[in-house]
Design a protein around this ligand. Structure first.
Ligand SMILES: NC(=O)c1ccc[n+]([C@@H]2O[C@H](COP(=O)([O-])OP(=O)(O)OC[C@H]3O[C@@H](n4cnc5c(N)ncnc54)[C@H](OP(=O)(O)O)[C@@H]3O)[C@@H](O)[C@H]2O)c1
Length: 308
């Protein structure tokens, strides 16, 4: 059952992205006052914001005066970050600093979304206390942002998550790309040496608000409880959506020629979150079943700041 956050309001920086969309939907389900931002992908009701513009960041935070500043906003493609390190540093580190300063000014708690890419992938799934050791520029930027927040934010929760999937406005996560490829009837190469803990986006969003209601601070993992090799996850998705799992061809990550190195044995252990929440976080088979039943992206009613 959803826990109450009485009187709380949230600003979602990056509400046009996958996790931000589900944070907004969950805010609406709870009747929270919320507002959100987009950067390049306009969505009605959201405010335009580039995290690199410190004055604009301060303005929107002052205008909305939220209890919580939720920050899924990021340059989130590991391969792009690897190729465009300095441009993405401006968003993933300096931009996060702008939000931290603005949140401090209005006494808001900052809720940042980090990743298991801060680990080297030698021995996941990782608990909250495992030593970080990123092997990609993206992982390094996420780790620097974590440190920046822990040092500079007056109130913060850092949510580490991984392989997030669900319906989303931009339709670009792994499941969308996989299903589009399978529908062409061609074989698709999926790494069999990457292990992780896929996380269903609505489950992540609900867990975030319920954990905020417990008033915890610091780092917390939120992830599905079932470990999967990436090709196993892909086959389960194919079956859930009535596509042919035999089109999935297991390959090694090294064969894919991706710009950013991947942590291979990764994933996150969410025992602490489950204990605090008093419930299990579903694994990928249950998450895919729920996604298939939901059928399509839900529509937001719209940012309700100023309406109540
Ligand atoms: N998805 C995963 O599997 C996963 C796993 C672990 C951690 N995470 C972390 O979770 C966060 C959200 O992931 P996601 O899947 O929701 O990513 P996403 O779908 O790519 O969304 C990223 C969001 O950031 C916004 N953004 C990009 N550049 C910006 C800028 N310069 N200023 C302001 N906003 C900007 C985007 O806006 P526009 O699209 O409008 O430009 C979008 O709303 C990221 O920090 C990511 O590192 C994700």
């Amino acid at each position: 059952m959803a826990r109450a956050l009485p009187g709380a309001s949230v600003l979602i920086a990056g509400a046009s992205g996958q996790i931000g969309h589900h944070l907004a939907l969950a805010a609406e389900r709870r009747g929270l006052t919320w507002s959100g931002t987009y950067n390049e992908h306009f969505l009605p009701g959201l405010h335009a914001l580039d995290l690199r513009d410190a004055a604009a960041v301060a303005r929107i935070v002052r205008l909305t005066a939220p209890t919580y500043v939720l920050v899924p906003a990021a340059a989130s493609s590991a391969d792009r970050v690897e190729r465009e390190e300095s441009a993405s540093y401006g968003v993933n580190v300096l931009g996060i600093g702008n939000l931290v300063d603005a949140a401090n000014e209005v006494d808001a708690t900052i809720v940042y979304f980090s990743s298991d890419y801060i680990f080297d992938g030698a021995d996941g799934p990782y608990g909250e206390l495992a030593p970080a050791c990123p092997i990609s520029r993206y992982g390094m930027q996420k780790l620097i942002a974590e440190h920046l927040i822990l040092q500079r934010a007056e109130k913060a929760m850092i949510v580490r998550t991984t392989i997030v999937y669900g319906w989303e406005p931009q339709g670009k996560n792994f499941i969308y790309r996989l299903l589009a490829a399978l529908r062409t009837g061609e074989e698709i190469a999926v790494p069999a040496d990457q292990i992780g803990t896929p996380t269903y986006a609505p489950v992540l969003a609900d867990a975030v608000y319920d954990l905020l209601a417990t008033d915890i601070h610091g780092v917390i993992n939120i992830a599905g409880r079932q470990l999967a090799k990436r090709d196993e996850f892909a086959r389960a998705a194919a079956r859930a959506f009535g596509e042919d799992p035999d089109l999935i061809k297991p390959v090694l990550t090294s064969e894919l020629g991706q710009a950013a190195p991947r942590p291979l044995r990764a994933g996150l252990c969410a025992d602490v979150a489950e204990e605090l929440l008093g419930r299990e976080l579903p694994g990928y088979e249950e998450g895919l079943r729920r996604m298939q039943l939901a059928r399509e992206p839900a529509t937001l009613q719209g940012s309700n700041v100023g309406k109540n």
